[in-house]
Design a protein around this ligand. Structure first.
Ligand code: UDP
Ligand code: MG
Length: 320
């Protein structure tokens, strides 16, 4: 155990969250002392362009239990969480969003499970109030994704969770650059349990996710965990080739036996366009993996720090 350990660390990644931060800090000050006095909150500014960092500085000055890290630019939520996790000293660590969509009053209940011997307690929200379309897309996503990857992902489970020190060490030991936390948390295993809560709307500000991000996230989740899509590409290619062969055989037989002329340009165009598209997709799948190897092989740090509540002179990169 680290020397200056505390009982509880709370990690909050913050990107352009000026509208909600004061509310979050108040909520944490309300709920955490009831659990333990020995806590720290690590707020990570993920290169915000609004007043988030100024608020973090002010918060840390007025209450030393609130620490902060500022990344040198926007590295994305995954990196921000990782930066925060790498600095935690708690025996138990909570990860939560800044926008109060992760109710702080749930933390106490989640922590009770650590005492019962669990290493991960995952909060799962229901989808009340979500748009029907979004709900359906999510359902379909989880149905497909769980067939494709080896770890198990669950609908409604996000990054709101409590980890034991053991689980934190395990997550930090995974050095990959392309981080897909939902999967990594599932991958490390350990005794895991779930606590349900009601969906809450964002307190203020707006979600940083655009449709494109969600599509990218979906692709990330598939290719982060195994090479099944490559295998799938072979199957799809083989199936397409087989169908084409059958069709060609039928056309030839038809022409030879029945003497039918072959008015073929429509089928030709369909075949060319269809196979062109298929090849592009399969090439894309291969490229995804190649790209990942490229990024990983550079071995760059996951994030750079520009400032923290411990002073500006902290090392810019943090060894994980
Ligand atoms: N976030 C971040 N970096 C980013 C995007 C988001 O640190 O590049 C943080 C954000 O400040 C919030 C959390 O990740 O604390 C979840 O973001 P958001 O509420 O936008 O996502 P949603 O709840 O819609 O999934
Ligand atoms: Mg949110």
């Amino acid at each position: 155990m680290e020397t200056d350990a505390v009982k509880l660390s709370v990690v909050v990644p913050c990107y352009n969250e000026e509208a909600v931060l004061d509310g979050l800090v108040e909520a944490l000050k309300d709920h955490l002392p009831a659990i333990t006095d020995d806590f720290e909150v690590i707020l990570v500014d993920d290169g915000s362009r609004d007043d988030t960092l100024a608020i973090l500085r002010r918060t840390a000055v007025s209450d030393p239990r609130f620490r902060y890290l500022a990344l040198s630019r926007n590295f994305g939520k995954e990196s921000a969480m990782l930066a925060g996790l790498s600095q935690t000293r708690g025996e138990a660590v909570v990860i939560m969003d800044a926008d109060l969509q992760h109710p702080p009053q749930l933390i106490a209940e989640m922590l009770t499970f650590l005492d019962k011997g669990y290493d991960q307690v995952v909060a799962r929200r229901n989808r009340t109030g979500d748009a029907l379309f979004r709900t359906l897309v999510s359902r379909a996503y989880y149905l497909v994704i769980n067939r494709l990857i080896d770890v198990r992902l669950e609908d409604g489970v996000g990054d709101f969770r409590v980890l034991s020190r053991t689980a934190v060490r395990a997550v930090l030991a995974l050095g990959e650059c392309n981080r897909f936390s939902k999967g990594l948390f599932s991958w490390i295993g350990f005794n895991t349990t779930t606590v349900d809560y009601d969906n809450v709307a964002r307190e203020a500000g707006e979600s940083k996710w655009r449709l494109r991000d969600l599509v990218d996230y979906g692709i990330d989740s598939v290719v982060s965990f195994n090479s099944k899509p490559l295998r799938l590409a072979i199957h799809v290619g083989a199936l397409a080739a087989f169908v084409a062969f059958l069709y060609a055989a039928w056309v030839v037989t038809d022409a030879l036996v029945q003497g039918n002329a072959v008015p073929g340009y429509v089928t030709t165009i369909c075949a060319v366009v269809g196979f062109g598209g298929l090849q592009m997709i399969l090439l894309g799948v291969t490229g995804e993996y190649l790209g990942r190897i490229y990024v990983e092989s550079k071995g760059r740090p996951h994030f750079l720090l520009k400032e923290s509540s411990e002073g500006a002179a902290t090392p810019v990169t943090v060894p994980l």
